[in-house]
Write a protein that binds this ligand. Structure first.
Ligand SMILES: Nc1ncnc2c1ncn2[C@@H]1O[C@H](COP(=O)(O)OP(=O)(O)OP(=O)(O)O)[C@@H](O)[C@H]1O
Ligand SMILES: [Mg+2]
Length: 357
């Protein structure tokens, strides 16, 4: 199968490089609509960073997080003694960090694991990580911590909120200790909105939007893959700059046929959702209160996209808005105060459905 090279993102890469070139002082939230290429950008960068950066990349997507222990386990990677006779056991933190460059997880040995899990307190795990990062720093290198799919910790409770403890830890690593760069990646815009309004983070974090490609980037990408001008216009009309859809179009012969099929599929899904709402009223929790989602409110919001690609975040029914965001139909950008469909396909499907009502 044809391998598709990573394309562009020069602007975003430059922004991240600028952050990495300065002393760690803010937490960076990398956010954007689903499938916009956040993880691809981060992994592309990790592969290219000079050795002076020691990357700890943890993707929570595949982790099962039902408890505090699950969360701590997801962060750490136990160093196994695979060949104990030949390789000396790493018994100190200095020995442990001596060989690390790019790791998926915070390395820990049997010697330290009890300390990390002691008393079920995040404090112990976090102080272990700080000591480990200090050892990395002592070798003249710069630790970088990246947590992908961070919103998955939203539901884990530990004597209060784990998010709160974790954010305090991030603030320690950046603003207080200037020890480690912290990147938190997520496509969950409700989570980002929550982060955005969190008083403790105010002035302590920055936001980096990784959006779908713009028209020019799209055109260069698709032309590199042999698209004619007509095919390019069809791709833009149906898929906008959503990398995952573009990859699909690159791999097929009949661009228009497949693009139309993608739209039909999305319309079916949305149509079914609207039908489902005739029979049930889902519940959405906002703060500590449960609200029911009304179909009419959903339609009022969707109808706004008949003539606009992007609307103001204010003045919308909040349960309906949250429902549409949680179901990955709409994307909220709290930094811009705006809401738009998750993709061009979503926008077209919404318009067609609203047209027929
Ligand atoms: N700049 C790019 N060049 C080429 N392919 C890309 C690029 N960005 C993303 N892709 C491809 O698009 C697909 C979706 O990207 P990715 O998984 O990184 O998105 P994401 O924003 O992390 O998604 P999610 O919101 O689900 O976390 C992947 O197959 C990826 O390889
Ligand atoms: Mg991702």
């Amino acid at each position: 199968m044809k391998r598709i090279e990573f394309h562009d993102r020069e602007h975003e890469i430059e922004e991240i490089r600028d952050i990495l070139n300065s002393e760690p002082s803010l937490i960076t939230f990398v956010y954007g609509p689903i499938n916009s290429g956040k993880t691809a950008l981060i992994t592309h960068l990790i592969d290219r960073l000079p050795e002076e950066y020691v990357i700890f990349y943890i993707n929570l997507r595949t982790k099962f997080l039902a408890s505090y222990d699950d969360f701590i386990e997801s962060l750490f990677e136990l160093e196994m003694d695979t060949n104990a006779t030949k390789i000396k056991r790493k018994e100190t933190l200095a020995e442990l960090v001596s060989s690390v460059t790019k790791v998926t997880g915070i390395p820990v040995t049997k010697e330290f694991i009890n300390y990390v899990f002691k008393d079920n307190k995040p404090k112990n795990a976090f102080s272990y990580i700080i000591k480990l990062f200090e050892e990395v720093k002592a070798t003249g290198r710069q630790p970088v911590l990246i947590l992908d799919e961070l919103q998955k910790i939203g539901d884990v409770n530990v004597n209060g909120s784990l998010i709160y403890e974790l954010f305090n830890f991030f603030i320690d690593l950046t603003k207080e200790l200037h020890l480690c760069h912290v990147f938190a990646v997520t496509s969950d815009s409700i989570f980002i909105e929550r982060v955005y309004s969190e008083a403790m983070l105010s002035g302590r974090c920055e936001y980096l939007l990784v959006d779908d490609f713009d028209y020019e980037t799209n055109a260069t990408f698709l032309k590199e893959h042999g698209f004619t001008n007509d095919e390019l216009e069809v791709a833009w009309e149906y898929c906008g700059g959503k990398p995952v859809c573009l990859l699909k179009l690159i791999r097929v012969d009949d661009t228009e046929k497949i693009a139309k099929k993608m739209l039909a599929t999305r319309m079916n899904q949305l149509n079914d959702l609207l039908d489902y709402l005739k029979y049930t009223k889902p519940r959405i929790t906002i703060g500590d209160t449960d609200y029911t989602v009304e179909r009419e409110d959903i339609i009022i919001i969707l109808a706004r996209f008949a003539s606009a690609e992007c609307i103001d975040n204010q003045g919308l029914d909040r349960p309906a808005k949250h429902y549409l965001i949680k179901n990955n139909i709409l994307f909220l950008d709290p930094d811009m105060g705006s809401i738009k469909p998750q993709s061009r396909l979503d926008l077209l499907a919404i318009r067609k459905l609203m047209d027929g009502m």
